[in-house]
Design a protein around this ligand. Structure first.
Ligand code: HEM
Length: 406
């Protein structure tokens, strides 16, 4: 892996706690000064960071950037690496064609816009139940009381996972997504991963005995029927859906509501014209997208990009939240404007790994925000905005807490 040609002297400091609080000034510097930037990551490895919109699209669509690095190894090493790989990567997000298509195909049908639209009534019901619990109190922590439980209950019901176990999932999936920025906590990460795997195995064993009308039972059936899904992949796909269901939509709802509260004029506009919700959601996704950086990719060949040589085997990540603030693509990109309408943001990625859950995330956020503004029209922050903290870790962009009153 090379790291000589790319390192560039900039005064950009990535991945510090200051960066976490507001990455945008540094993203802007990188887009201007070194848009294909190689840097040392918190995990001690070098990585190329892509910050401009045009390059981000090119990389995400380029099949030379692969997801499964084991293809870069010799045959023997490859087998060993596969045997030792964590089950959390045995799914479509960390696979390349043809495995990618096979794995995505197993669950794709459940996530089509039509299937997801069928969940609207249930999503509304859960939304109202959650708001009923806090309405009288006049205040809540928007995350713990609302934005977090809503998508969890929905994905748990779709999969057939007991939603009363959701605190456990929260701990496990938080650990997994924050792991890359947290190398010193290796022991705790290992413990949580082992607990999560044990849980998945137990759940699948139980469901094998007593199949139900849920996605886990259908996946078990695919695993038993033929060669479309191995046992490891069964756990890998379920864990990905649990993690994606936990870590993303919560931030879409929270980051969106926070932006509205910081821009009261826009909040009023949306309250007065709920038809703006579709356009507002796209702006939530663009302005402070829940997934800050794409997941890992590796160059399967040498790739020349904007005069930089990305060598075979080099690690590459795309700063999605930077691409979405690129002035070459979006006018006044740092202005939050819910009336932008159709937007070509990259918050759900691009190319073959484009988010499978996008229709579900959009439906949940639409119902959540519309209902919240209707039922709590006086919604406002219950803290100094300067006191709010953003979560550590580089993958996700989300607040730790959002106290509100209404
Ligand atoms: C606002 C919410 C969400 C955002 C912003 C989001 C974002 C993303 C992004 C950026 C990717 C591509 C990552 C990459 O290429 O490196 C992705 C992939 C994926 N997302 Fe989401 N996601 C959201 C919600 C969900 C939900 C609710 C689910 C399902 C329960 C889900 C399931 C997936 C899956 C399975 C993939 C992998 C697709 C593939 O590899 O073919 N996502 N998501």
């Amino acid at each position: 892996m090379s790291h000589e040609n790319g390192t560039h002297e900039t005064n950009v400091k990535l991945f510090t706690s200051e960066f976490n609080q507001n990455p945008y000034p540094n993203f802007s510097k990188l887009r201007q000064e070194d848009p294909i930037h190689q840097t040392l990551m918190p995990n001690g490895h070098y990585s190329w960071i892509i910050t401009r919109y045009e390059d981000a699209v090119a990389v995400l669509k380029d099949s030379r950037f692969i997801k499964d690095y084991t293809y870069l190894l010799g045959e023997e090493e490859q087998e060993e690496a596969h045997a030792n790989s964590s089950i959390f990567v045995r799914n479509m997000l960390f696979s390349d064609p043809p495995d990618h298509k096979r794995l995505r195909g197993l669950v794709q049908k459940a996530f089509t816009p039509k299937m997801i639209e069928g969940l609207r009534g249930r999503v509304e019901e859960i939304t109202n139940e959650l708001l009923d619990r806090v309405q009288e109190k006049g205040q809540m922590n928007l995350i713990d009381d609302f934005a977090f439980p809503l998508p969890i209950i929905v994905i748990c019901e779709m999969l057939g996972v007991p939603s009363q176990d959701r605190d456990k999932f929260r701990t496990w999936s938080n650990t997994l997504v924050e792991a890359s920025n947290n190398p010193e906590n290796a022991e705790q990460i290992q413990t949580h991963m082992t607990e999560f795997v044990m849980y998945l195995k137990q759940l699948c064993a139980e469901r094998r005995q007593n199949p139900k009308d849920d996605m886990i039972s259908k996946l078990i059936q695919s695993e038993e029927e033929g060669d479309s899904l191995s046992e490891q992949e069964l756990y890998g796909v379920i864990s990905l859906l649990i993690i994606a269901g936990h870590e993303t939509t919560v931030n879409l709802i929270t980051n969106g509501v926070f932006a509205l509260l910081e821009n009261p004029g826009q909040k009023e506009q949306l309250k007065n014209d709920p038809n703006l919700i579709e356009s507002a959601l796209e702006e939530f996704l663009r302005y402070n997208g829940p997934v800050e950086f794409s997941t890992d990719r590796w160059a399967s060949n040498t790739v020349e990009l904007r005069g930089k040589t990305i060598a075979k085997g080099d690690h590459v990540i795309v700063a999605l939240d930077s691409a979405n603030r690129d002035p070459e693509q979006f006018e006044d990109p740092d202005v939050f404007d819910i009336t932008r309408g159709k937007s070509k943001h990259l918050a759900f990625g691009k190319g073959i790994h484009f988010c499978l859950g996008a229709p579900l995330a959009r439906l949940e956020a639409e119902v959540a925000v519309t209902t919240l503004l209707r039922r709590m029209p006086e919604l406002r922050l219950n803290t100094d905005p300067e006191a709010l903290e953003w979560r550590p870790g580089i993958l996700m962009r989300g607040l730790i807490e959002l106290p509100v009153q209404f």
